[in-house]
Write a protein that binds this ligand. Structure first.
Ligand SMILES: CC(C)(COP(=O)(O)OP(=O)(O)OC[C@H]1O[C@@H](n2cnc3c(N)ncnc32)[C@H](O)[C@@H]1OP(=O)(O)O)[C@@H](O)C(=O)NCCC(=O)NCCS
Length: 148
């Protein structure tokens, strides 16, 4: 069955669903409550959700840093049963537009091959490595996309 997905701004009202989504999408790195509250409320974050009916099936947060010269994708997650439907692409694209900065960066576990492929498809390239950045000692790849 075709899924009808709506993309819109997220807010603190989505807190419990975003918490659940984080746990499902990031078994190793789910954010603690305070971080989720932060991205849903601080003004320097962009936050966008994908909904099927009343259910949050995808979420992205982006942060504007360094006097608006740089943006970071803080998190992006699509529920497993909703992946590969183009929802991540729509969320990332909208987030990039709203960040409206010369370049956007992100970090990703070097073993997250699917996510790395996704980011490459979206125009990001690897620009660095943060050694032992993640829980368990795994390295992070830093990826970047230039806009202006
Ligand atoms: C990575 C993630 C955000 C991608 O979202 P998505 O909605 O599944 O991706 P889309 O359907 O928009 O994919 C767009 C394109 O990216 C590429 N892509 C996406 N997932 C891929 C995968 N698993 N393997 C290879 N390429 C992939 C494809 O080119 C795809 O286009 P296609 O389906 O027409 O071939 C999603 O899989 C996810 O939430 N994963 C778990 C959490 C995570 O790893 N987040 C990122 C951590 S930094």
């Amino acid at each position: 069955m075709e899924k009808e997905i709506n993309i819109s701004q997220a807010s603190w009202r989505d807190f419990s669903q975003v918490m659940n989504l984080e746990k499902e999408c990031f078994p190793l790195d789910a954010w603690p409550m305070l971080d989720v509250m932060g991205v849903l409320s601080f003004p320097w974050f962009v936050r966008i959700k994908a909904m099927e009916g009343e259910k949050v099936v995808g979420f992205i947060a982006g942060e504007i840093k360094k006097a608006k010269t740089e943006g970071w994708i803080s998190t992006i997650g699509i529920l497993p049963e909703y992946q590969r439907l183009g929802i991540g692409k729509q969320l990332l694209h909208k987030c990039e537009i709203e960040l409206n900065v010369p370049y956007v960066k992100l970090s990703v576990r070097e073993s997250s091959h699917d996510a790395i492929e996704f980011y490459k498809t979206m125009g990001y390239t690897v620009v660095g490595v943060w050694k032992r950045y993640y829980k368990g000692g795994e390295d992070a790849l830093v990826m970047q996309k230039q806009f202006k």
